[in-house]
Design a protein around this ligand. Structure first.
Ligand SMILES: Cc1cc2nc3c(=O)[nH]c(=O)nc-3n(C[C@H](O)[C@H](O)[C@H](O)COP(=O)(O)O)c2cc1C
Length: 170
């Protein structure tokens, strides 16, 4: 499988990255190809809502920015993993912005989705779970799993092994 990870963390060596790295190690050991984008450090502009993509653009966005690199992978990915630290009970701004740019292709080809979240506190995941599950339904995809990691568990050996096993199980 070709797996696309959209990582919303602003930290290249942060908690979320540790989780996606462990996941990637497992997935690659099972023969999958993984492509990860740190969307917070990319030039991805908000959706204009202009609908050029659905009137004249034949599914292409009128804006030319780093989203073009992601569209290339979205076109062929079999699975999308949304990975984010919790920021005020939601995805980070850059990840939510990237998600809204799915408007051009509308529904990704990927038949599988997963969610990886990192937070400081427990009981902060409900809003993102609702968002994620709603989109999985809208995409007509299958939820392959949700991993939520809190506080000191971030970067713990047990959690990283669990993420690696998750990737390897796909
Ligand atoms: C702007 C901002 C907002 C945050 N909001 C929350 C929050 O609502 N709930 C929570 O438990 N942690 C919150 N956190 C903490 C992060 O989710 C947590 O530290 C996470 O592990 C950071 O992951 P990272 O190293 O990949 O950035 C917030 C952090 C920042 C910087």
């Amino acid at each position: 499988m070709k797996i696309l990870i959209l990582n919303g963390s602003p930290h290249p060596n942060g908690n979320t990255k540790a989780l996606t790295e462990a996941f990637t190690k497992g997935a690659e050991s099972a023969g999958h190809e993984v492509v990860e984008f740190m969307v917070g450090s990319m030039n991805i502009k908000p959706c204009l809502g202009c609908d050029w993509c659905h009137t004249k653009g034949e599914g292409k966005c009128i804006q030319k920015d780093d989203m073009e690199k992601i569209y290339e992978v979205l076109d062929v990915a079999d699975m999308i993993v949304f990975a984010s630290p919790v920021h005020y009970l939601g995805f980070t701004g850059p990840l939510q912005t990237t998600l809204a740019r799915f408007h051009a292709p509308f529904k990704p080809k990927a038949a599988k989705n997963a969610l990886i979240l990192s937070s400081n506190s427990p009981n902060v995941f409900a809003a993102i779970e609702t968002l994620y599950k709603g989109n999985v339904g809208f995409f007509g995809a299958e939820d392959m799993g949700i991993k939520e990691v809190v506080g000191a568990d971030n970067k713990s050996e047990t959690v990283l092994k669990d993420l690696e096993a998750f990737g390897a199980s796909l």
